[in-house]
Design a protein around this ligand. Sequence first.
Ligand code: CUA
Length: 328
Amino acid sequence: MSRQAPSYIADAPGELLLWPEQASSVARELDYLFYSLVGASVLAVVLIGGTMFCFTIYYRAGSGRGRGSGFIERHSRRIEIGSVVATLIIFLSIFAWAGSLYFREFSGAPGAMTVNVVAKQWMWKLHHPNGVREINELHVPVGRKIELRMTSQDVIHSFYVPAFRLKRDVLPHRYVSMWFEATEPGVYSLFCAEYCGADHSRMRGKVVAMRPGDFQQWLAEREAPLSPAEAGEALFAALGCSGCHSPRSDVRAPSLAGLHGQPVPLAGGSTVIADDAYLRDSILLPRKYVVAGYQPIMPSYEGQVSEAEILELIAYIRSLDTVVESGR
Ligand code: CUA
């Protein structure tokens, strides 16, 4: 059953965001975590506050109660150690639980459908793996892991979908990722949760979770000129990258096929992993890493390519992982 926009979608200004529904695979567990934290805090307040309250009455001035012979006084050391250790165990467990959820959400999801996200003042630009582009609206199928590969082309923004219980800062000059699996078809609010300038409050959109069949139909109805990798390939040629990074070139430039994710030996003797950040630096700051055995002759493309285009170039280089370049 496909649902209408839930009431908390604040299309009318002033509408309140109360308790968003649980619409992703992690929402329930994150809520349990939240309740546990609140529960542990309430328990601590009640125990400590309650004890203090009782003691102020029990030991009040003039009550004649001794200070050295009661049960508490005799066992004070054990009580102190016990309460400290119990508190430590409870809160460290919550920390470990939260930490494992954090790493699960934010360290990538193998096999996920990857959507490129570029934030800017004041909109979200999204690029689907098959080429469909969207602004401020993200359509996804339910029951499928969606990984967002995010960056910003100006200031810090934050991608926040309350119904998915997901929020992550989107930073300029850096790539962060986050994945989710929508579990309920529906329309969910997307907010920017980091103050980013005059129109921050209007930088919001929707995530539309659709049944897989509806999603396929939605995709089919849209023109999808170029996937990120295809757009990257076209850029690769247009910018002249292929002039050097090609097996047929006279210039000795590192081969890019099978490069992504692999260690790269550097001139200084160290190595670096060729991840997205490395590729981005190599395009904008080519002198930052000099590959062992090569001259640092590549020019910088700073100012010539947008963040969205860099993501496309990276998508193209990643796609070379599985393609054997002819003539190598
Ligand atoms: Cu973008 Cu606030």
